[in-house]
Unconditional design. Structure first.
Length: 66
């Protein structure tokens, strides 16, 4: 009976190690995705800024038919 309990504890320990490893990998992947999305966001901000800076000049051109 005690041997069985010991086996169960060992199995639970192995499971815990597996879940820990899985969660660690999951967190790492999540962090990688976060950095990727932040980079995308930054590039998008730059793009929108370029468009925003470009718009007034276009409106100006339309207004005065230059």
């Amino acid at each position: 009976n005690t041997y069985r309990n010991f086996q169960m504890e060992v199995l639970c320990g192995e499971e815990n190690m597996l879940t820990k490893r899985m969660t660690k990998n999951h967190l790492l992947n999540g962090r990688r995705q976060v950095t990727r999305s932040q980079e995308n966001h930054r590039s998008h901000q730059i793009l929108s800024l370029k468009c925003f800076l470009h718009l007034p000049s276009r409106l100006y051109v339309k207004k005065y038919n230059l």
